[in-house]
Design a protein. Sequence first.
Length: 166
Amino acid sequence: MELCRHRRSIRKYTNRPVEQEKIDYILRCALMAPSSKRTNPWEFIVVRDEEKLRAMAGCRTYGSQMFDTAMAGIVIALDTTLSDAWMADGAIAAEHILLAAEEQGLGACWCHVYCREASEDLIKGLCGIPEDKTVLCVISLGYKDEERKDYDLEKLKYEKIHNEKY
């Protein structure tokens, strides 16, 4: 509960490098994400090159500027032929990454790429991703240079919960 309550999208990072051990931990967590029929349709591309990260900041008009200060990024590319649930599988792996980053004391933020053609082309070009793979998202990582309040349990939208029927 505390991990979910505290995890927030962080879009500003310090210039402190992210240790390889933390990246490795996060990736191990991603590899443990459930997938349909255990097809594991994902590929994870770790980006640490500052020039590439700053180029990623321009992959969208809005919603990608966090790469201006990010110290690392993880691209989630998927083989859509392995399962009809590839998008859900990728999203679950992304959530594992987001939670693991928080657990490691890092900030992280999802940048949606799928169905945003110019964005996907840019990311594929920067990372050498084959044409037969689909990029779902890129997650920025770094040490937080902003603080966000925890979710207020009293303000959650409990009316979105239904029992037995809608």
